[in-house]
Ligand binder design. Structure first.
Ligand code: PHB
Length: 388
C-alpha cells in the first residue's frame, strides 16, 4: 500500500521530536516562520514576513557566529490542523531551532504542544488571547494581549464623558478577552456597558449589529475585530450613520489598523483607540524601523503585526547572543525571560514569570495630517502587563 501523505505525517507525529546533539557553532540558526500569507488574515502574514525580511536586511551580521535563516510557511489562517502540521514539519524535517509567527489565537494554541514536545522556542508575533503563553513553557510573546490593549481605552472613556457603551467584538478568544476587559475596566471607572454584541469571525455581516447599536444610542461603541477586518466594519459604521447619531467610536487599535486606515475615509477622524503601536509613533527607533520596512515593502505601511515580527527577531537574536550561540530551546527561553529593549513601539520587556510581553499602551486619536490618516498618540499608560 502506498504511504499516503497523511500516514507519513501520522508516523512523523509518533516520532519523538528529539533534537540532535548540540549543532556545530557556525551552522545557521533556522527559524520556522508560520503565518497566513493567503486567506482572510493574509495581511497579517504579509506584514510579519516583510518585517522579518526587513530585520534580516538591517541586521546582516551573524549572531554568536551563526547566520539567522528563516523558513516561511503559509498556514492560510483558517485551519488549526494545518498550523500544527506545519509546526511539526518544521521541527522534524526542517530541523528549525525556533518557531515563530502565529497569526491568530486558535492557530497558536494548535502549535503549542509541538513547541513543548520538540523543546523549541515559539515566538508569538501576532496572536493576542491572554491564555496563549500558559499553553507551553516554550512560548514567548512579542505581540500584545487584548486585555492589555483594552483596559486603557476603557479607563480613558470613563474619564472623558462617556457614561454608557456598547461593545462589539469578534466571537473568538481574543474578542471575548477584550469584551471582558472592557466591561471590567469601564465599570470600575464608573461607566456602564448597555449592550454586548459578538459578530462571527468568518464572513461577518456587521450591518444588523450596528443597527442595534444605533437603536440603543449608547455614548460610545467599543470595537475589537482582528487585523484586516477593520475596513468592512468601518464602512458599515459610516453607512449606518452612527457618527451622525452622536455615537463615538472607540476600540483597540486593531480596528483602525495602519495597514487599512488610509482607505477608511474621514468618518474615522476623531475616533479614539488604545494600542501598543502606531506607525506614527515618534521615536528614532520607529523612524529606523519604518525606513527598514520601506526598503522591502515600499507600498505598505508597517502595522502592529509588523512590529511584533520585528521584535520577535530581535528577541531571538538577543537570546542567541546570550547563550553564546547555543541553540538549546530551554536555554534560549531562559535567556529571553526578563529581556528589555527599546522597540519601534517604545519600551518593552518579557515578563520572566509569564513569558508575556510588558509594554506601554498609548491612547491615540485618528487625525488627517499631510493628506493621510494617522493614529496620533496623545497619552500613554506605562509598562502594562496582560492582567494589569
Ligand atoms: C488573535 O487571533 O489572537 C488576533 C488576531 C488579530 C488581531 C488580534 C488578535 O488583530
Amino acid at each position: 500500500m502506498p504511504i499516503t501523505r497523511r500516514a507519513a505525517l501520522l508516523s512523523a507525529a509518533a516520532l519523538p521530536l528529539a533534537r540532535p546533539a548540540l549543532s556545530q557553532s557556525g551552522d545557521p540558526f533556522k527559524v520556522g516562520l508560520i503565518v497566513p500569507m493567503t486567506g482572510p488574515s493574509a495581511s497579517t502574514g504579509r506584514q510579519i514576513d516583510a518585517a522579518v525580511k526587513a530585520w534580516l536586511r538591517a541586521n546582516p551580521a551573524p549572531v554568536a557566529g551563526r547566520r539567522i535563516e528563516v523558513v516561511l510557511r503559509d498556514d492560510t489562517g483558517t485551519a488549526p490542523d494545518v498550523t500544527r502540521r506545519l509546526a511539526q514539519e518544521m521541527a522534524v524535517r526542517e530541523r528549525v531551532r525556533a518557531l515563530a509567527g502565529f497569526g491568530l489565537t486558535p492557530l497558536a494554541l494548535a502549535a503549542a504542544p509541538i513547541a513543548t514536545e520538540a523543546k523549541l522556542p515559539m515566538i508569538v508575533m501576532a496572536a493576542g488571547a491572554s491564555v496563549i503563553p500558559s499553553r507551553s513553557p516554550f512560548i514567548v510573546r512579542t505581540s500584545f494581549t487584548l486585555p492589555q490593549a483594552t483596559r486603557p481605552i476603557a479607563t480613558w472613556a470613563a474619564a472623558n464623558g462617556i457614561r454608557t457603551a456598547a461593545t462589539l467584538v469578534s466571537d473568538f478568544a481574543p474578542g471575548l478577552d477584550a469584551e471582558r476587559a472592557f466591561k471590567e475596566a469601564f465599570g470600575a471607572a464608573g461607566g456602564r456597558v448597555s449592550l454586548e454584541l459578538r459578530s462571527p469571525l468568518r464572513n461577518p455581516d456587521y450591518a444588523p449589529f450596528l443597527q442595534r447599536v444605533r437603536d440603543a444610542r449608547p455614548d460610545a461603541l467599543f470595537i475589537f475585530v482582528p487585523s484586516g477586518e477593520g475596513s468592512a466594519l468601518i464602512k458599515q459604521f459610516n453607512e449606518r450613520g452612527l457618527r451622525e447619531a452622536g455615537i463615538r467610536l472607540i476600540g483597540t487599535g486593531d480596528v483602525l489598523d495602519d495597514d487599512l486606515l488610509n482607505d477608511m475615509g474621514d468618518g474615522v477622524i476623531g475616533a479614539v483607540t488604545s494600542h501598543h503601536y502606531s506607525t506614527a509613533h515618534d521615536s528614532p527607533e520607529n523612524a529606523a524601523f519604518r525606513d527598514a520596512f520601506r526598503a522591502v515593502a515600499p507600498d505598505m505601511r508597517p502595522n502592529f503585526m509588523a512590529v511584533g515580527g520585528w521584535d520577535g527577531m530581535h528577541l531571538l537574536a538577543e537570546a542567541l547572543r546570550r547563550t553564546n550561540g547555543d541553540p538549546d530551546g530551554t536555554k534560549l527561553v531562559d535567556a529571553m525571560k526578563g529581556l528589555a529593549w527599546t522597540s519601534p513601539r517604545g519600551p518593552m520587556s518579557i515578563d520572566p514569570a509569564t513569558r508575556d510581553v510588558v509594554q506601554d499602551v498609548y491612547i491615540r486619536r485618528t487625525e488627517r495630517r499631510d493628506g493621510q490618516l494617522w493614529n496620533i498618540e496623545f497619552d500613554r499608560v506605562q509598562a502594562v502587563k496582560d492582567a494589569a
